[in-house]
Design a protein around this ligand. Structure first.
Ligand code: PMP
Length: 409
């Protein structure tokens, strides 16, 4: 027998006392805990932010994998450069009208957020975030010990007047925003506000992180220019752009290959490369090659399919809310992406209500974990991407009943 001694020696110290201060600042994602209870097979879950697996291009991925092995041979399975697979970086750069040198491939945009936190945030730096914002970003940045300041939002996204007031009184390092079909609200930043946001942050010397995994998934309305492109317009040079852009193939192709990217000016991208080297050397070679095979033909078709399906699901969910839900419940009207956001009359606590929804076999995510500094107890996020139309009809009926009962009390 190896490794185990017959009479174990008790450990003379408590292992948890050896964790770094940084690690002690980490917390289990509130959502991950909630998802555990909502994953019972008999529960219709609008809680997780998962893409629809029945839309994954399985045959195309299989064919691309074979082609990659045929074309690249062992190189497909070898270590490769930290910056990423050159043809994939070239393709992304060409789409954005920038050199490949300004593109860093990352292992999911979640890694991009972590690495950006690592290279940009010092302890105590003020990080401005939307209220509410993407919980995963809060989680990625938190170990780098920022001081979060919330910026109010409304139907049109970040309230830029409120932002200007904040900037006048607070010295901020960066602003993190999800301008298209935001996770968690589904809201989109209006075109006018985009210009002001880019100009304001430039004027106050604040870096702007534009996290955009959903931008391609617009099913209605007109696309607005990316903050990154507005930054390019303003500064005229990708190496002077104060906007850092992050996007991903997770929602347009598949999340499991963990392929995403960051676009940034040289001083940021060069540090990002060094940080990534320390994190995982590079994003899996084989995965990047597969994605690179898919971007030409499969990606545009896949985007169309996903848009159509999510558009139908969103419309159906909104229809059920309008028809079935009690008065006083407000919801956002997403023009793309995977989420919508409900606000209940004050006094209803969606966290406390969740077990009663689960009893009726439906689940959602309570809204308050999406607020960096608390709030939103009467809000919830619903995801329509991972439920079939039948599940949406049935689940929304059950949720409507839960809310009616809660509001009658
Ligand atoms: N940013 C936002 C706003 C997201 O919603 C997500 C996925 N839930 C991510 C980043 C992470 O995506 P990935 O790591 O799969 O690219």
């Amino acid at each position: 027998m190896t490794g185990m001694s017959a009479s174990p020696v008790p450990l003379p110290f408590d292992l948890s006392t050896r964790l770094s201060r940084r690690a002690q600042g980490m917390n289990a994602s509130a959502i991950r805990e909630i998802l555990k209870i909502t994953q019972r097979p008999d529960v219709i879950s609008f809680a997780g932010g998962l893409p629809a697996p029945e839309l994954f291009p399985l045959d195309e991925v299989r064919a691309a994998s074979n082609r990659v092995l045929d074309v690249y041979g062992p190189a497909a399975l070898q270590y490769s450069t930290t910056e990423g697979h050159p043809p994939l970086r070239e393709w992304i750069g060409a789409q954005a009208g920038i050199p490949a040198a300004n593109v860093q491939i990352v292992t999911g945009s979640q890694q991009g957020l972590d690495l950006l936190g690592k290279v940009l945030i010092d302890e105590g730096d003020v990080v401005l975030v939307e209220a509410p914002t993407y919980l995963g970003a809060l989680q990625s940045f938190r170990p780098y010990q920022p001081r979060y300041v919330q910026v109010p939002t409304d139907e049109g996204g970040i309230d830029v007047d409120a932002l200007e007031e904040v900037l006048n009184t607070t010295r901020a390092k960066l602003l993190y925003a999800v301008p298209n079909f935001q996770n968690p609200t589904g809201r989109t930043l209006s075109a006018e506000r985009r210009r002001r946001l880019v100009e304001l942050t430039a004027r106050f010397g604040v870096l702007l992180i534009e996290d955009d995994p959903y931008g391609q998934l617009r099913f209605t309305g007109e696309a607005a220019p990316s903050l990154y492109s507005l930054g390019l317009e303003l500064h005229g040079d990708p190496d002077r752009n104060h906007v850092i852009y992050s996007s991903s193939f997770s929602k347009t192709l598949v999340p499991g290959l963990r392929d995403a990217w960051v676009q940034a000016a040289a001083p940021v991208i060069n540090k990002l490369i060094q940080a990534k080297q320390g994190a995982d050397l590079h994003t899996p070679t084989f995965n990047q090659m597969i994605i690179s095979e898919l971007v030409q033909d499969v990606l545009p078709r896949q985007i169309e399919r996903v848009r159509q399906a999510y558009g139908e699901r969103a419309r159906l969910m909104l229809e059920r809310i309008r028809a079935d839900f009690p008065d006083g419940v407000q919801c956002t009207t997403p023009e793309g992406g995977m989420f919508l956001w409900l606000t209940l009359p004050g006094g209803v606590d969606t966290q406390a209500l969740l077990p009663r929804a689960v009893e009726r076999k439906v689940a959602y995510v309570p809204g308050s974990p999406f607020y960096a500094l608390g709030g939103g107890e009467n809000t919830m996020r619903l995801s329509y991407s991972n439920a079939t139309p039948e599940q949406i009809t049935q689940g929304m009926g059950a949720l409507g009943d839960t809310l009616r009962e809660a509001l009658a009390e």
